[in-house]
Design a protein around this ligand. Structure first.
Ligand code: SDX
Length: 429
């Protein structure tokens, strides 16, 4: 296989190096292209552009493969433990017993919010968008933990990561309780990571929520499946902000804002609202499919399609199976799951979706599983953010540790007016 690409332009031949990773697409290194030719490249949504080298996650969109530090995503489903995946993503290896115990203790020690941050919640409108609360609260962690604004060594990264990962649950739970008009439940150190979130969301004074093993496994699995996904929109946002040497809190808060978008993490809410509309009789599954194909309609089949997967998203497959398992364990059914299955059946046999290789993505079934756990719809994207936070931290840390990393500054193709002179007010129309 060649390690050079040849470009012929205006009679000149330029050779560019080809970079190869462990697997995946080889890349033409264009870092010297402009200096050599005066040319830049044009790739508006960066779908063909490698932002960085990374050792964290590998996705093969054509084959529907997702691996964290080389481990296929399917291998985390048997005994899902989100905290060990957090360690794997951030520190590059599965933790041994001591590492896992120490990190779990660190998360427990950092689960409370500073009282100054807790009191801020009383001024937040009860109908405030939870993703707005989450982004603001992550930024405000910089008020209360200024010692971590400049993380220079691995120990301070561990400490900053522990505060973010532990407190994101408390922030999410407090946002949920605020929207429900319920008193805040403080984190309880006797609970493991995911169980503590459910305790804070669902317990009431004098009546502790009982976390069943099935539900605890389901939420661990959900967070694992959302934990990282290469250079998706929110992760590349975190890298962009972090490339300016902005602190970890600010970088992750920016990631929350990107994830909020309905084309990205916000899709899990759109899917449930779409399924509810179908169930309420406002629209049939067949009409939904027709609308999704109709370019004159702003409607998309949320939970379908992907920038990278041209195959069934492996996470969607795992989530679909998890929905079946959890509903059977709970001896419950959800009509929305039946509707989702019908939509999938119609879409996967429809030429429009087949030709465009549109398959269910991670958001198609995640909302149904979150509903089964009892999470309110307005908290779905916040749950995506809780899952994705370790991935953002891992990617930020990888870039921060790279001595060759520079501030991200893409170029453009300018299409505005050529040079014109300033027109004084007296001479304007
Ligand atoms: C996530 O990048 C990641 O890794 C993201 C993520 C992660 O873990 O971080 O996986 C999480 O964000 C998953 C995606 C969640 N979003 C949705 O479910 C929203 C619905 N999906 C789409 O809006 C869409 O598929 C995107 C945004 C995901 C991708 O959009 P693109 O880049 O425009 O899709 P494309 O270029 O592959 O589209 C090709 C064609 C177009 O039609 P034509 O111009 O060829 O006629 O497919 C059409 C699109 O209009 N199309 C859809 C569609 N998705 C693409 N048509 C109807 N319904 C859809 N869902």
């Amino acid at each position: 296989m060649s390690d050079k690409a040849t470009l012929i332009y205006e009679g000149r031949t330029i050779e560019l190096p080809v970079v190869r990773g462990t697997e995946g697409n080889p890349a033409i290194d264009i870092s010297r292209l402009r200096a050599k030719t005066g040319l830049i490249t044009y790739d508006p949504s960066l779908a063909n552009t490698g932002l960085c080298r990374s050792e964290i996650t590998f996705v093969d969109g054509e084959e529907g493969i997702l691996r964290y530090r080389g481990i296929p995503i399917e291998q985390f489903t048997k005994r899902p433990d989100f905290v060990e995946v957090i360690w794997l993503l951030i520190f590059g290896h599965l933790p041994n017993k001591e590492e896992l115990a120490e990190f779990s203790t660190l998360l427990t020690e950092n689960e409370l919010l500073h009282e100054g941050l807790r009191h801020q919640f009383q001024y937040i409108p009860v109908d405030a968008p939870p993703m707005a609360i989450l982004s603001a609260a992550l930024t405000s962690l910089a008020f209360f933990h200024q010692e971590f604004l400049a993380v220079e060594d691995i120990e301070s990264v561990i400490q900053a990561a522990a505060r973010l990962i532990s407190k994101v649950r408390t922030i999410a739970a407090f946002a949920c309780r605020r929207s429900l008009g319920l008193p805040f439940m403080f984190p309880d150190p006797k609970f493991r990571y995911c169980a503590n979130l459910l305790h804070m969301m669902f317990s009431i004074p004098y009546k502790q929520y009982v976390v069943t093993p099935e539900i605890e496994d389901a939420i661990n699995l959900l967070f694992i499946l959302h934990a990282d996904h290469e250079q998706n929109c929110s992760t590349s946002t975190v890298r962009t902000v972090g490339s300016a040497q902005a602190n970890l809190f600010a970088s992750c808060a920016a990631g929350v804002c990107a994830l909020w978008g309905p084309l990205h993490g916000g899709a899990n809410v759109e899917v449930i609202e779409m399924l509810n509309r179908i169930q309420a009789g406002g629209i049939s599954p067949e009409q939904c499919i027709r609308d999704a194909k109709n370019k004159d309609k702003p409607f998309r089949l949320y939970g379908f399609g992907h920038r990278v997967y041209r195959h069934y998203d492996p996470r969607a497959k795992i989530l679909k199976d998890a929905c079946d398992r959890v509903f059977a364990q709970l001896h419950r059914k959800d009509p929305l799951l039946d509707i989702a299955r019908k939509l999938e059946e119609l879409a996967l046999t429809d030429p429009y979706f087949i030709e465009r290789k549109l398959f269910p993505n991670v958001d198609f079934y995640s909302g149904i599983l979150l509903r089964a756990i009892g999470i309110p719809t307005n908290m779905f994207t916040v749950c995506f953010a809780i899952g994705r936070l370790p991935g953002w931290i891992a990617q930020w840390k990888e870039q921060h540790a790279d001595p060759t990393a520079k501030i991200l500054r893409p170029r453009q193709v300018y299409t505005g007016p050529a040079k014109v002179d300033y027109v004084p007010m007296s001479e304007r129309a």
